[in-house]
Design a protein around this ligand. Structure first.
Ligand code: GDP
Length: 284
């Protein structure tokens, strides 16, 4: 546990440099995260809360359009989630197996989260970034055309399982929809589906197929906006607002808050780890 009395929301973090100092010296905070906490305020905000960074460029009367703080973990929670994602002797983080059919999927009792998205959306880069505190984990990628695409299962200690689903869209295997559809429909321990959308191009036709599947099966899902480092602030803001409007008006099961990330700058990665830890019951 982190030092007591530090359960503050993101908002107050920046108003209290002493909290940062205390947290970065706390024994429960990993070395890597302690260094993150020493970043200058603006860089820290950009890294931990990229949506708040986007909001700064919105006119005050438009700010209520974005949902920023429905999930607003304290820095202490972010540090705890990072610990969940850190491989140690007592917290083994490993690739388990792959499957092309749901009946070949490993029988893992823990809560599960899965990642789906178009080919090239940045899914393997994102999973590698999430697992950067477990450098031994090999995120397998089979991109050669004609190769069978599989669901890859990773276990994160005794906490939860992460499933990397095959990418859809161009060159997706014909049986892709069957595989993903059956998994989404039948996987009982699936707690949350993370649907990746490229922030540069926004929601594409093929993304709608995945969105419709999640809606039809009444699954709780989340939209993660990838590659946010690639756009100008103006372009990113436009995409974020468009996608937020889509989520607000056209979806039922989608979590109202968007999760923008960059696997290059690591922006949003800590927050996403915290959300995964939270939905799998590891921040209770
Ligand atoms: P996948 O097919 O969905 O697994 O996508 P990959 O992770 O292989 O990424 C596709 C391409 O996008 C690769 O060239 C990556 O280097 C690039 N990419 C992925 N994530 C990011 C990101 O956050 N920022 C930038 N600039 N490029 C990214």
């Amino acid at each position: 546990m982190a030092a007591p009395g530090l359960r503050l929301g993101a908002e107050r973090l920046f108003a209290m440099p002493a909290v940062l100092e205390l947290l970065s010296r706390s024994n429960s905070t990993s070395q890597a995260f302690a260094e993150v906490l020493r970043l200058p305020k603006q860089q820290l905000r950009k890294l931990l809360y990229p949506l708040q960074e986007v909001e700064r460029f919105l006119a005050p009367d438009r700010r209520q359009d974005l949902h920023l703080r429905i999930f607003d973990p304290s820095p202490e929670d972010i540090a705890r989630a990072d610990n969940v994602f850190t491989a140690t002797e007592g917290n083994r983080i490993d690739y388990v197996s792959s499957a092309v059919r749901i009946d070949h999927a490993p029988d893992l009792p823990r809560p599960e989260v899965c990642f789906i998205g178009r080919s090239n959306v940045g899914k393997s880069s994102l999973i590698k970034a999430l697992f950067s505190l477990a450098p031994e984990v090999e995120v397998r990628v089979s991109k050669k055309p004609g190769h069978t695409k599989k669901m890859n299962f990773f276990k994160v200690g005794k906490h939860f399982t992460v499933v990397d689903m095959p990418g859809y869209g161009y060159r997706a295997p014909g049986d892709f929809v069957d595989m993903v559809e059956t998994y989404l429909k039948e996987r009982r321990n699936l707690k949350r589906t993370f649907l990746l959308v490229d922030s540069v191009v926004g929601i594409q036709k093929t993304d709608n197929i995945a969105i419709e599947m999640c809606e039809e099966f009444a699954l709780p899902y989340v939209i993660v906006l990838t590659k946010i480092d690639k756009s100008s602030k103006g372009h990113l803001l436009k995409q974020v607002l468009q996608i937020q409007k889509f989520v607000n008006t056209k979806t039922q099961g989608c979590f109202p808050q968007l999760f923008p990330v960059s696997s290059v700058t690591f922006s949003g990665i800590h927050l996403l780890r915290s959300f995964i830890a939270s939905v799998t019951g590891n921040l209770d």
